[in-house]
Structures are given as C-alpha cells and as structure tokens.
Design a binder for this molecule. Structure first.
Ligand SMILES: [Mn+2]
Length: 330
C-alpha cells in the first residue's frame, strides 16, 4: 500500500481528499460518503459541469488530511485565532453515479436511487454536475431518512446567483438546472418556508417572485447580504431552520461566488459573494447540529485554466470538514 502521508497533492490517484475508494456497501463505519454526478445535459447555457467532480477531486488532493494538517489543534486564522480541534471525518469516495447523457429521466432516477442508498449509511457530500441534480438528490435523501428515522422534515440552505425556481426556459421544461427547488416544492418534498435562498442577483419576473412569496421561501438577495452582512443573515437563517426542521441540507451553486473568484461555471453573474463572505457563511452553518447533506454544483473547469474555481470548491468543503462537529456518529 502507498503511504499517503508521503504522497504530494499532484501525485497518486485523485480520490476526494485522497480518501479511500469503495462501494456503498462498504460505507458503514465511515462518517462521510462522497460521490460525483457528472452530468450537465440540463444546463440552459454553457455546459461543462460534467467535468466538475473530477476537477474538484483533483483540487481536493491538496487538502488531504494526511499531509495538509496532521495535528489535532490549530489556530484558525479565518476566525480571529479561535483554536479548533482538528477532527477530520473519515471519508469514503464512492465514485460517480451512472448518468445517461441522452436520457435525463433515467439520469434523475439513477441519482435518486444512489442517494437513497448512500444517504442512509453516512453523511452524503455530492460533487455536481449541473444544479438539476439537487432535485433527485434531496428526493432520494428524504425518502431514505424517512425510512430510517421516520422523519424527513428537511430544510435547505441554497447558495446561488439564481433562485432556481423557474418553471421553464426557452425549450427547457419541468426539470432543468433552473428548476430544482420548484420541483422539490411542487412534489411536496420540502416546505417553502424551510427553503432559504442566499445570494440571488438575477432579475426575477413578478410571477416568480410571487411564487416564492406564496410558498414562504426565505430569500436573501445579494443586496440583503451587502446591507446586513453575511454573518447576520446566516445567523437568522440557521436559527430558523434549526428550530423548524429535523435536518438541514446545504446546496451550493458555485455561481453564487463572484466570477472573479469562480469563473469556471456555466452561468456566471457579476456582483457575487467574496470568499470572505462564504467563509463567514460556513462558520455560522457549522454551529448547527442538524446538517444532513451537502452538494456543491456547477463547477465547469474548462472555463477556468487557473483552476481557482475547483480549488475554491474543495476549500469550501474542507471548511465544513474541519468546523462541523456533527459528522461523527459515535
Ligand atoms: Mn443553481
């Protein structure tokens, strides 16, 4: 066996954070199960997110806990020298879900069934893929949690430059990457009041805005973040979901970031979050004890030769891994 502590980030086989690689049946005993969903056929503009999982895995190698930081305590310079206990969760990389580029419905079923199995056995972390994947992911997760724990009242914190509650776009109908949260609401899988959307800066038609209001969706636009600050916004959102939901799922569309920091995405929108604001958001979310899953979608590496988008994606997930204390089961 290769000693991974002797292996540089650029060497070896790029599993997620250089973790073990295995099948769903091997998940029990691990804290986190990671899998990719390499699909982008539901994107409305530039494709390329099918290459996201591979790019994030490659970038995540640098944060391999066996080389990046081995000690148990650290000064987290992002949080004013607060000392944290480094307690890296154990991760199993499950590879990528089977997708069918010419058959979206079949792809959705494949994703849902994979999540149904994996989400019951360990904390699921998913690398997208375009944002349509969040619909079958949450559907499969909620179905699995209901079977396992008889409860599936899940709230979602959704980071995005777009609300993704659109009905249709040009010839895209029903299920595409601009509709996953509408799909989840329409199917009754989540309640509108338990959906928090952060970072929106697109133009919303009146009827779409009305749709969100009618369902009670909590919308924090980019101007809300600018006026109130990310920490205040997140404290309000997380304390609401903590009080009203059994679990909190986090869905991060990398296009919530300003394109200066994350140009590798299909539909970049100027005026987005800075890494500092995302770090603040993750800090607050990790105070919750109710996280049940995280997806990070829409990384399209071919638009970013600097690889800073994939690196930022890996960095954000690494922040969750070192700050959130709820991964470990025992
Ligand atoms: Mn999105």
């Amino acid at each position: 066996m290769i000693d991974k502590s002797q292996e540089y980030a650029y060497a070896g086989i790029p599993t997620f954070f250089k973790s073990d690689y295995g099948t769903v049946t091997e998940l029990p005993g691990y804290d986190i199960g990671v899998f990719g969903v390499p699909t982008d056929t539901a994107a409305s503009n530039r494709i390329g997110a099918r290459l996201g999982p591979a790019a994030i895995r490659r970038a995540s190698a640098f944060y391999n806990p066996q080389t990046y930081f081995k000690k148990e305590t650290a000064i987290d310079m992002y949080q004013n020298q607060k000392v944290i206990d480094i307690d890296h969760p154990s991760i199993l990389d499950l590879g990528d879900v089977t997708v069918y580029p010419l058959d979206l419905k079949k792809t959705l079923l494949s994703i849902e069934s994979f999540m149904f199995d994996a989400g019951k056995l360990a904390f699921p972390v998913i690398l997208g893929g375009d944002h349509s994947v969040t619909y079958p992911l949450v559907k499969g997760l909620v179905r699995g949690l209901k079977e396992k724990e008889k409860t599936g009242n899940i709230g979602i914190i959704h980071f995005d430059s777009h609300p993704d509650i659109w009905e249709s776009y040009v010839t895209h109908e029903d299920v595409w990457h601009g509709s996953p949260f509408r799909n989840l609401l329409e199917d009754g899988i989540i309640k509108g009041e338990n959906l928090v959307t952060v970072g929106d800066r697109s133009l919303l038609a009146d009827y779409e805005y009305e749709y969100m209001n009618r369902h009670g969706v909590k919308l924090y636009s980019i101007s809300d973040v600018w006026e109130r600050g990310m920490t205040a916004v997140m404290e309000e959102a997380v304390s609401y979901l903590d009080a009203h939901c059994d679990g909190i799922y986090v869905s991060i569309d990398i296009d919530v970031m300003d394109p200066a920091y994350a140009p590798g995405t299909g539909t970049p929108a100027p005026g987005g979050l800075t890494p500092r604001e995302m770090i603040q958001a993750v800090n607050i979310i990790c105070n919750s004890k109710r996280l049940v899953g995280i997806d990070l979608v829409e990384v399209a590496p071919d638009f970013d030769p600097s690889e800073c988008t994939a690196n930022l994606a890996a960095f954000i997930l690494h922040r969750f891994f070192i700050l959130y204390k709820g991964f470990r089961k025992g």
